[in-house]
Design a binder for this molecule. Structure first.
Ligand code: ATP
Ligand code: MG
Length: 569
């Protein structure tokens, strides 16, 4: 593309080739009907909470608007009074702000109910819409299928006058739910099913959370969406691929109500799918309803609330969404990729702390009675400014049960009788003996420490292979750790055609009470993520003090997955 003197076009050309949407925007900035203007929208239905799929749409819509010097507005698609609620509006605004985008003064499709009804009357007057008395099932059957054309409704040729009258009475609440609909009069034999006289209005004698009992009829998505875009001055209406067959209808409505100049244009992109996850509000609601999780904000949920409780930083979610970009074909991304973005973020910013999840007592037999040594430990090796802290070290320590073996195999380098290990930021200790209970379980390990190894280095340069973490028994705080596994066992739940919920993992959460925490963890803030050394990143619960949720482990599962893939030639 040529450089031009239009500043917005110059800004736009820098993104050419980034993806097909940015390419289109850059082209439109120069050649399009919008005089370089870009306006997008994010249009959630207020019937549930935002999930990571919505984040992809948000990052795209707000992202391209910012890149092209345009605006993106939040618009609630509130056309189904049965399922929608003001509390969802509030939650969606909160979650959007948490993700890092400004909800501003949101718009609502219901703001345009009056305008939409006026436009519907215009279409009726022009013979382009009619009231149909057939019930939903008959309408569906008579629509035909891909190989069979539809059958005209007996009401299709009603007079304009009769249609205007019936429509007015539908509005006035004279009819029961489902007894009549308003349909666009397009073509019952159209090769595109979406064009076979689609429904514009259905009767719902029910209060709406914003318009109360003003309306007895509610517009369908198809009728409300493009017209709302047009009213607002949206230039690019970006939606997911399942709406591609609705695009001709989107255009038909806009053209036939006379908004053809400078009209919004719909473009479709692939939905986000993630392995071991479902991203449909209906399925997420079932997870909550059937008690597989504690609520929409359970740390196992892919909702923004769940991810937040789990310790996923908004920066990492945004970076993930930008990284995967947008494509024209549906695909599924590995959840390990998202996790790697989370891990990279926390590796840079999370404070390192010590916690023992499965404690075993280690006794230092030559430790001076009553002595407490304040050991200096680095808060974050990735960030010098994070400084150091003091960790009390005494003669009795908790170590991880898994870090000791009576009879270790060859490759186990941690503690075992006769072995020397490094206690992180502490000393080198050598195991002399251990004690067992009647069942033969190890109850205590006895070690000798080398006083000349403060900080973990031996003066004589002798090498110690393993470093283990610890917490002083005398100073330990007690807390709870929630350890998570995949919520779904199958990579693609429901791929076999069955119910995705059949693959729910019944052991997706393990609650560990009585975990031992170093004293500095008392200062952890709600939602703060710390690294428990050698164990993973853990998010402090948003309410319960000293309850931690494992966000992700330390190992890069994504890198491992990549290694397993065949190497490109
Ligand atoms: P669900 O199927 O979960 O109910 P939805 O599409 O009905 O999702 P809306 O509240 O209508 O939910 O979605 C608002 C916007 O978010 C729409 O533009 C929709 O295309 C987009 N969106 C929803 N889910 C995804 C996803 N998985 N990937 C990308 N965009 C999505
Ligand atoms: Mg929807």
């Amino acid at each position: 593309m040529e450089q031009t003197s239009n500043p917005s076009a110059n800004l736009a050309t820098s993104n050419v080739g980034a993806d097909f949407i940015r390419e289109m925007l850059a082209n439109d900035a120069v050649n399009g009907p919008y005089a370089g203007r870009v306006q997008t929208r994010f249009p959630p239905e207020p019937n549930g909470f935002l999930h990571i799929g919505h984040a992809k749409s948000i990052v795209l819509n707000f992202g391209v608007a910012a890149e092209f010097g345009g605006v993106c507005r939040l618009r609630f698609d509130d056309t189904n009074p049965e399922t929608e609620d003001a509390s969802f509006v509030e939650a969606i605004c909160e979650d959007l702000a948490w993700l890092g985008f400004d909800p501003g003064e949101p718009a609502f499709a219901s703001d345009y109910f009056g305008q939409l009804a006026d436009w519907a009357e215009k279409l009726i007057r022009e013979g382009l819409a009619y009231v149909d008395d057939q019930d939903a099932e008959t309408i569906s059957v008579n629509r035909g299928n891909f190989t069979t054309p539809g059958v005209d409704s007996p009401n299709r040729n009603r007079s304009v006058q009769e249609n205007l009258d019936l429509f007015a009475r539908m509005r006035a609440g004279e009819f029961t739910d489902g007894s009549k609909v308003l349909r666009a009069k397009i073509d019952m034999a159209h090769h595109n099913m979406a064009m076979r006289d689609p429904i514009m209005y259905r009767i719902r004698n029910r209060d709406h959370f914003r318009t109360a009992d003003d309306w007895k009829i509610y517009p369908t998505y198809d009728w409300a969406h493009g017209q709302s875009d047009a009213v607002e001055g949206v230039t690019h209406s970006l939606c997911t691929l399942e709406f591609d067959s609705h695009r001709p209808l989107y255009d038909w409505f806009i053209e036939n109500i006379g908004l053809a100049a400078d009209r919004p244009r719909q473009t479709e992109f692939a939905r986000l799918n993630l392995t071991h996850t479902v991203l449909s509000k209906r399925k997420l609601a079932e997870l909550v309803g059937q008690g597989h999780v504690d609520g929409w904000d359970d740390p196992r949920m892919p909702t923004l609330r769940g991810l937040r409780a789990r310790g996923y930083p908004p920066e990492a979610i945004r970076a993930f969404c930008e990284h995967i970009g947008v494509a024209r074909v549906n695909g599924t991304h590995e959840i390990e990729l998202l996790e790697s973005f989370v891990r990279v973020h926390h590796n840079r910013f999370a404070l390192r702390r010590m916690a023992v999840l499965n404690p075993l007592e280690l006794v230092i037999v030559n430790w001076p009675e009553g002595l407490v040594d304040e050991r200096l430990a680095v808060n974050n090796p990735e960030d010098e400014l994070a400084g150091t802290r003091k960790v009390p070290f005494g003669g009795r320590l908790w170590i991880e049960r898994g870090d000791f073996m009576v009879d270790p195999p060859r490759k186990f380098f941690r503690l075992a009788p006769g072995r020397e290990v490094r206690l992180r930021a502490g000393y080198l200790v050598t195991c002399l003996d251990f004690e067992t209970n009647a069942q033969g379980d190890v109850t205590r390990v006895f070690c000798e420490y080398d006083p000349a190894t403060a900080g973990g280095q031996a003066l004589d340069g002798r090498r110690v292979k393993a470093t283990i973490h610890w917490v002083s028994v005398q100073h330990a705080l007690e807390g709870t750790a929630m350890l998570y596994d995949r919520l779904f066992n199958d990579a693609v739940p429901g791929a076999d055609g069955g119910d995705p919920l059949d693959s729910v993992n019944p052991a997706s959460r393990e609650v560990r009470n009585g975990v031992k925490l170093e004293p500095a963890l008392a200062d952890t803030q709600a939602g703060q993520v710390v690294q428990f050394e050698r164990l993973g990143y853990f998010a402090h619960d948003l309410n319960d003090h000293l309850t931690f949720h494992r966000t992700v482990g330390l190992r890069d599962e994504w890198a491992k997955l990549q290694k397993r893939l065949p190497k490109p030639r």
